[in-house]
Write a protein that binds this ligand. Structure first.
Ligand SMILES: Cc1cc2nc3c(=O)[nH]c(=O)nc-3n(C[C@H](O)[C@H](O)[C@H](O)COP(=O)(O)OP(=O)(O)OC[C@H]3O[C@@H](n4cnc5c(N)ncnc54)[C@H](O)[C@@H]3O)c2cc1C
Length: 331
């Protein structure tokens, strides 16, 4: 094996980090992926509730980008899903054709990272370039100041506010990240006794809710011992107004709004309430950031449009650039 294979560290194991890892491993790079969380997925992650796992972040792929659609369809764990869709006043709405990952959304990011080294529960705090004999190596340290080694390049895929501090070594990148508008939102995952409603997706204008998605109706998520699981998302306005509220109170409000919609009063078997501090960005169309002198870059949803397709596109553009810049070293 060659000992001069470029070694790149990717910060973040969300969709952008895992797509980038997949492309670069295929191209012959050595890849290490660091994430502060226990698992992969980022805003596409899943959580344990009771004895099952449920999606806590983006509940499905609703992209219309033809390139991303054909990529999604080629992923073995991705399945089509056409949920029964109603509005908040029980009006029937057209069922959209969506895509979900079996048996949970984070299975996609996990499988894309095959071939890389994944270092979970490691919060990166310091990224700095060091020049030696015309060569730049990038140093990484965790939040406790522990050195994690030198890399040929480091790519940050964290949400913009977190990327701001990580990109301090390249002030123009840090400034770019600090200017991005970010929104938060509250969500609750709830396991209940089966409700009588056939609805699987509920959306529309509501004073509290953005969307309710029946997680247990998605492919590959049948619950063995009965019950059903829903993801209840608060809308951006209500979330912002309740930014610092107690999670118990938030849960009660989300639950009662949801119960009122379905006209049910069934027992709650388990729940989890979560505040996504950086749920969405008002993205720019820069594609990615890359400084080929300092070997530091960034990609993610905030750099290319927004949402899942933004993250996917940005990661692919970043991969194209790195494969081009390192083609001699990879040959
Ligand atoms: C509830 C919810 C619903 C959504 N619904 C939709 C939808 O319907 N359609 C859509 O298109 N999009 C949706 N989105 C947005 C979509 O999930 C994101 O745009 C996309 O997943 C972003 O991917 P990413 O890889 O750019 O960032 P992320 O998924 O945020 O990945 C970044 C990773 O970096 C890690 N990280 C951050 N800082 C550090 C550090 N210092 N050290 C180590 N690791 C670090 C984080 O832990 C995270 O895993 C939704 C998001 C949420 C939260």
């Amino acid at each position: 094996m060659r000992d001069n294979i470029p070694h790149i560290a990717i910060i973040g194991a969300g969709l952008a980090g895992s797509v980038l890892s997949n492309r670069l491993v295929e191209a012959g790079f050595l890849i290490s992926v660091y994430d502060k969380s226990r698992g992969t997925g980022g805003r596409l992650s899943s959580c344990r509730i009771d004895d099952i796992s449920a999606d806590l972040g983006a509940p499905y792929f609703d992209t219309t980008d033809p390139d991303m659609l054909s990529w999604l369809k080629a992923q073995p764990k991705v399945k089509p899903w056409q949920p029964k869709h109603i509005g908040y006043y029980k009006t029937d709405l057209p069922s959209p054709l969506l895509y979900v990952v079996e048996p949970r959304q984070s299975a996609l990011t996990r499988s894309l990272m095959e071939g890389s080294t994944f270092i979970p529960q490691c919060r990166i705090a310091y990224i700095w370039p060091e020049k030696e004999n015309q060569e730049t190596q990038v140093i990484l340290r965790d939040e406790h100041g522990k050195g994690l080694g030198n890399f040929d390049a480091v790519i940050v895929t964290a949400p913009a506010p977190q990327a701001t501090t990580l990109l301090e070594a390249v002030p123009r990148f840090a400034k770019r990240a600090s200017e991005i508008e970010t929104h938060m939102n509250w969500v609750a995952v709830i396991k209940i006794n089966p409700a009588s409603s056939a609805a699987e997706l509920i959306s529309g204008d509501h004073p509290v809710l953005r969307r309710c998605v029946k997680d247990s109706a998605k492919p590959g998520r049948a619950i063995e011992h009965g019950g059903e699981v829903w993801l209840i998302e608060a809308n951006a306005c209500w979330s912002e107004a309740n930014r610092d509220s107690d999670p118990e109170q938030v849960f009660e409000q989300l639950k009662s709004s949801f119960y009122e919609l379905l006209d049910i009063d069934t027992e709650v078997l388990a729940y989890r309430c979560h505040r996504w501090l950086y749920s969405a960005h008002k993205g720019i169309d820069e594609g990615y950031l890359w400084d080929s002198e300092l070997n530091i870059g960034a990609c993610g949803d905030w750099l290319q449009g927004e949402g899942l397709s933004g993250a996917w596109k940005s990661a692919n553009l970043m991969a194209d650039r790195l494969i081009k810049d390192y083609q001699t070293a990879l040959a």
